[in-house]
Design a protein around this ligand. Sequence first.
Ligand code: SAM
Length: 247
Amino acid sequence: MMAAVVTGRCFGVGVGPGDPELMTVKALRILRTSPAVAYFSATGRSSNARQIVSEFLTPDQEELHLVYPVTTEGLPMGQDYEAVMAKFYDASADRVAGVLSRGQDVAVLCEGDPLFHGSFMYLHNRLSDRFPTEVVPGVPSILAGSAVLGTPLVCLDEVLSVLSGTLNPADLEARLVESDAAVIMKVGRNLEKVRQAVTRAGLLNRAWYVERATMAGERVMRLDQVDPASSPYFSMVVIPSRLAPTR
Ligand SMILES: C[S@@+](CC[C@H](N)C(=O)[O-])C[C@H]1O[C@@H](n2cnc3c(N)ncnc32)[C@H](O)[C@@H]1O
């Protein structure tokens, strides 16, 4: 009888919003026992997820650095973003599969939670039918945002809207008008558009800007105080519960 081939396991490991102490005990255990780690980053940038866990990595761990080939803004003429990214995720999954096929576990490092606006979803759907795969949830950035503000996000029967700063201004405003409370992610270069939508929705007086929550360089201020030129990718707007005590 042929011996069964034992493959490694693929873990999508949520490493939390920035402070390494916000990793779960399980995430840390898997990180420490995985012979290989994988992480995404933009071209020419280091990975924020890797940065969060850097103190726990050891030189004998294999590192698979998966570098996005393009951004939506930097796409060469004539190229289809979805097609380019699909090819990149295929190639990334192949690299991870190569290690798993050798029988070694891979921890895919994911900032915040792996399946909350996380690229891990693209590896998960390419690998989970071929290899044992597990998702280790992490503290999502939106909860770090309300924590650093010290303000309830939602109370009682309120509904929270999680929106993206990449939405077009009219859609953003319409969604905000209907929201009890909201978090707008992917602010960065969209800051001025986001601020105008928040203003038109009549919510500027409740809106906070949170940058690099729980990381070095964290900044918290009212949205109307932010210089749009200074807003990085790791920033969000938090419009807390309308029932929250005001500051
Ligand atoms: C691709 S999403 C990743 C979300 C992540 N998977 C999570 O669970 O929070 C990236 C966006 O998350 C937000 N973000 C992530 N970490 C943050 C932090 N520490 N402080 C502020 N915003 C953060 C920003 O809005 C950023 O543009």
